[in-house]
Design a protein. Structure first.
Length: 658
C-alpha cells in the first residue's frame, strides 16, 4: 500500500478541531499522520514526570477515523526546564558562550545529561505507546544535521574517537601529517578541534568532519536500540535531507528499517526539471538499496521570514508523483494546516491560516485518489538502474575544506553528470564508494577526490571486465587520510584511463580556454575554472585545449581498457553539451537503450518488479509536452492505450505499463 498523509501538530490547535481535521484527512483519502517530534515539553513537563495524555487523546481521534500514526522522538528541541537545570546540554560556540535556548537543534550530542534525558524520554514514549493500536512506527529526532558544538565534552569525545580509530599517536601523527608546521602530538590530551576551519590541517579536518557525523549516528543508535527493544513490531525511520552535506548518510541509514526524506523542491525557481530532487531521491533509495518514504513535502509557499512561490495548480501532485517514480512508497505533506504562531507561520501547509480545505487540499485529495487506483501495480517495484553514480562524503568533505579551484562544487559537478544520463532516459542508482558494482554497465565517479587504493583497484577491475567508467577533474588526488598520493595523477587509475596528468592549474577568474573536439567531431567548446594538462598514454583524445601553452594537452579522453572503456574529462565545460555528448557516447558503448527518450522538461524513470515494468513520465514544465513512445502500452492513470506520441499536460504525469 502507498500511504498518503500529513505532518500534524495536535498541540497547535484546540482539541475541538481535532475531530474535524481527522475527518477531513480521511475524506481526502489519507491513511497516515506524523506527530509529536517537537512535543517534549508537553510530554515531560518537569523532569521525570511524563504526561502523554494530549497525544493519547489525539491518537484516539485519529484512530477513530482510520488514521495510522508515526511518532517522532522529540529530542530536536529540549524543554526550557532542561537547559535551566543542565546548562551543559546546550551547544558551546567558539567564543565560549553557550547557544541561547529557543530555536531548536541546538543541543550538544555528547552531553551525558542530554543523552540520558533523551534515552529516558524515548524509553517512556516507547513503553507508553507500544500498544497504542494505530501507532505503526517511529521517526528518530528530526533532520540530524550540522553539529557545531565545541564544548569540553565534545573535545574529549573527539579525542577518544581519534584514539579508537588510530590506536597510537604515531599512527595519528602520520595520518594527519603533523610533521608539517611542527604540529606533532605527544599526548592525546593535546588534541583539540581544528579551529579556523579554512586553514587547518586537512587530515585533522576530515577526521573531525567524520566525527561530527558519527556522534549523530551514535545518538540515533541509542534511540533505535530502545525503540527496537520496546516496540519490535514498529518500524524506525528518520527524515533525512536529500543532498545535505554534513552527515554521512550511508552510516546514518544503516540502523534504520528504511529511509525517509524531506523534499522541498522548487520554491525559489520557476518550474523546471528539479534534478537535485531527482538525485536526492536516488541517493535516498541507494542508501539501503531500498525504496524510501517522503516524510515531509512541499505543500505551499515555504519560508521562515520570506517565502517562495506557491505550488501552481497541478504542481503538488506532480511533485509527489516525481518521488514515486524514483522509489517513494509513501507521500506525507508538510504540514496539515499553516501555523498561526511561531517561526513557521509562513511555511504553508495544505490548509492556510484560516483552516479551510481549499485548492491545495483538493489537489492532495485528487493525488490520493489517483495513487489508490494504481497502488497495486506500483507495490513491490523499484528502480532497476544499469548506471551507478558514486556518492562519497569523504570526497565531498575533502573538496569542501580544500577546493583545489575556487568554483569546485562536489554536488553541482555530480548533478551535471547525473542530469546528462537522466536526460537521455537512463535510470541512475547512487552507490557508495567501494560498493559492489555487479550488474552495472556504467559507473560515474564525479570528483572522486579521496581514492583509497582498494577502490582504485576495484574500479580498474570493473573496466577491465567490460564496464564503462566516467571520471573527471581532481580524481584520485588523496588517500583515505586526505594525504596526497605520491603518484602522478590519476594514480592507480592511470592505466584504466590511459592518461598521465603531470601538471594542472586553475583557470583564473573570467578567463576561459577554447577547446576543439576531435573524436567529438566538429564541436568546439569552452573550458573554465580548471584544467588538467592531460597527456594521452594509450587513450584517444576527444577534445584538445587551444591556447598556446596547453595546445599539446587533451581536455577529454576515452580509453579502451581490456574489455571496457574509461572516459576522463579534465576541466569544467561551460556548455552542458559536453556532458551530454560524453553521456551519449558512454551509453552507446555500454549498449544501453532507453525505453523513452524524453523531450526537454520531461523526465522518465522506471520502477519494475513482480513481473511488472512501469515507465513514469513526468512533465516538470508549464508547457504541454508531446513524448514519442512505443504504441500499444497501457497508461495506468487514464486506462488508455498509447499511440506513437503521448500528450502530457503541464505538470502532467503518465505511467506506462511496459
Ligand atoms: C524541515 C523540518 C520541519 C520544518 C520544515 C519547514 O526541515 O524538518 O520541522 O521545520 O523544515 O521549515
Amino acid at each position: 500500500m502507498h500511504n498518503v498523509g500529513v505532518d500534524f501538530y495536535p498541540e497547535h490547535w484546540p482539541r475541538e478541531r481535532w475531530e474535524t481535521y481527522a475527518k477531513q484527512m480521511r475524506e481526502a483519502g489519507f491513511s497516515i499522520v506524523r506527530v509529536a517530534e517537537f512535543a517534549w515539553a508537553f510530554m515531560e513537563p518537569e523532569e521525570g514526570r511524563f504526561d502523554f495524555s494530549l497525544f493519547d487523546d489525539a491518537l484516539a481521534v485519529l484512530h477513530r477515523h482510520g488514521l495510522k500514526a508515526i511518532l517522532g522522538t522529540p529530542t530536536a528541541i529540549p524543554p526550557v526546564w532542561m537547559k535551566l537545570k543542565y546548562p551543559e546540554i546546550m551547544q558551546q560556540e567558539p567564543s565560549g558562550r553557550r547557544t541561547q535556548w529557543g530555536v531548536r537543534k541546538h543541543q550538544c550530542f555528547t552531553s551525558g545529561a542530554y543523552r540520558l534525558l533523551s534515552e529516558r524520554v524515548t524509553t517512556a514514549m516507547a513503553e507508553h505507546f507500544r500498544a497504542t493500536p494505530n501507532v505503526v512506527g517511529w521517526q528518530t529526532d528530526n533532520e540530524f544535521g550540522t553539529n557545531s558544538c565545541v564544548c569540553g565534552s565534545c573535545q574529549a569525545d573527539f579525542r577518544q574517537w581519534a584514539r579508537a580509530k588510530h590506536g597510537t599517536l604515531d599512527v595519528l601523527n602520520d595520518a594527519w601529517g603533523t610533521r608539517f608546521w611542527g604540529h606533532l602530538y605527544r599526548s592525546w590530551e593535546e588534541i583539540s578541534f581544528p579551529d579556523g576551519h579554512a586553514s587547518h590541517n586537512p587530515g585533522h579536518l576530515l577526521d573531525w568532519q567524520r566525527w561530527t557525523s558519527d556522534v549523530q549516528v551514535r545518538f540515533q543508535a541509542d534511540q533505535i536500540r530502545i525503540l527496537k527493544r520496546t516496540c519490535p513490531s514498529h518500524f524506525v525511520t528518520h527524515n533525512l535531507m536529500g543532498l545535505f552535506q554534513d552527515v554521512n548518510y550511508w552510516e546514518l541509514a544503516k540502523d534504520l528499517d528504511f529511509v525517509s526524506w524531506d523534499n522541498y523542491p522548487g520554491s525559489w525557481e520557476q518550474p523546471c526539471v528539479t534534478w537535485h530532487s531527482s538525485l536526492a531521491a536516488d541517493l535516498m533509495r541507494g542508501l539501503k538499496r531500498k525504496n524510501f518514504w517522503i516524510m515531509e513535502q512541499t505543500a505551499g509557499p515555504a519560508g521562515w521570514g520570506e517565502f517562495g512561490r506557491n505550488v501552481r495548480p497541478g504542481e503538488l501532485g506532480k511533485i509527489a508523483w516525481h518521488q514515486v517514480a524514483h522509489g517513494a512508497d509513501a507521500t506525507i505533506w508538510f504540514r496539515w494546516r499553516t501555523c498561526t504562531v511561531g517561526r513557521e507561520q509562513y511555511w504553508h501547509g495544505l490548509l492556510g491560516h484560516d483552516g479551510e480545505p481549499r485548492r491545495r487540499y483538493r489537489e492532495a485529495k485528487d493525488y490520493a485518489a489517483a495513487i489508490k487506483r494504481v497502488e497495486t501495480a506500483i507495490e513491490g517495484t523499484t528502480t532497476p538502474a544499469r548506471v551507478a553514480l558514486v556518492w562519497d562524503y569523504d570526497s565531498l568533505w575533502a573538496v569542501r575544506c580544500q577546493k583545489s579551484f575556487p568554483q569546485a562544487d562536489y554536488t553541482a559537478n555530480a548533478l551535471r553528470w547525473y542530469s546528462a544520463f537522466r536526460a537521455l532516459g537512463h535510470d541512475v542508482d547512487v552507490v557508495r564508494s567501494g560498493a559492489d558494482l555487479t550488474g552495472y554497465a556504467v559507473v560515474i565517479a564525479p570528483m572522486l577526490h579521496v581514492l583509497p587504493d582498494a577502490v582504485a583497484r576495484q574500479l580498474d577491475a570493473f573496466v577491465r571486465a567490460g564496464g564503462c567508467l566516467v571520471a573527471d577533474a581532481r580524481t584520485g588526488v588523496k588517500d583515505e587520510h586526505d594525504r596526497c598520493h605520491e603518484r602522478c595523477l590519476p594514480g592507480l587509475l592511470a592505466p584504466a584511463f590511459g592518461i598521465r596528468i603531470e601538471e594542472y592549474e586553475s583557470i583564473v577568474a573570467n578567463a576561459t580556454y577554447a577547446v576543439a573536439g576531435e573524436a567529438m567531431a566538429g564541436t568546439t567548446w569552452t573550458a573554465q575554472h580548471y584544467a588538467d594538462w592531460i597527456i594521452p598514454d594509450g587513450a584517444e583524445v576527444l577534445a584538445r585545449y587551444q591556447p598556446w601553452h596547453v595546445r599539446d594537452y587533451a581536455a577529454a579522453t576515452r580509453h579502451h581498457h581490456e574489455a571496457g572503456w574509461a572516459w576522463y574529462l579534465g576541466t569544467v565545460p561551460k556548455e552542458d553539451s559536453v556532458h551530454a555528448a560524453i553521456a551519449a557516447d558512454v551509453a552507446n558503448k555500454a549498449g544501453l537503450t532507453a525505453r523513452v527518450v524524453p523531450p526537454a522538461g520531461v523526465e522518465v524513470s522506471t520502477r519494475s518488479g513482480q513481473g511488472r515494468e512501469l515507465v513514469f513520465l513526468i512533465n516538470h514544465g508549464e508547457e504541454p509536452a508531446e513524448v514519442a513512445v512505443t504504441a500499444g502500452k497501457t497508461e495506468l492513470l487514464s486506462g488508455t492505450t498509447t499511440g506513437q506520441t503521448l500528450h502530457l499536460d503541464r505538470f502532467g504525469v503518465a505511467i506506462l505499463r511496459w
